[in-house]
Design a protein around this ligand. Structure first.
Ligand SMILES: [Zn+2]
Length: 65
């Protein structure tokens, strides 16, 4: 049987660099150790909040209509 060798390419969750998903890559799904450590740091420091992803609470006004 002929399985096409077509390794999946994924984008690093941290920097967006496209990498080939390989078991040879110990940092997957990240592109490098650095990106993995950055991501782990986010988890440890502030629960992995994405800046700018949440609406600012102080701009939520009362529903006028
Ligand atoms: Zn990366």
């Amino acid at each position: 049987m002929n399985t096409a060798k077509n390794p999946p390419v994924v984008a690093c969750p941290q920097c967006g660099t496209e990498i080939v998903w390989s078991t040879n890559n110990p940092w997957r799904p990240f592109c490098s150790e650095r990106c993995k450590l950055i991501d782990l740091g986010h988890w440890a420091n502030e629960g992995y909040r994405i800046p700018g992803d949440e609406p600012p609470l102080d701009q939520v006004g009362d529903p006028a209509s």
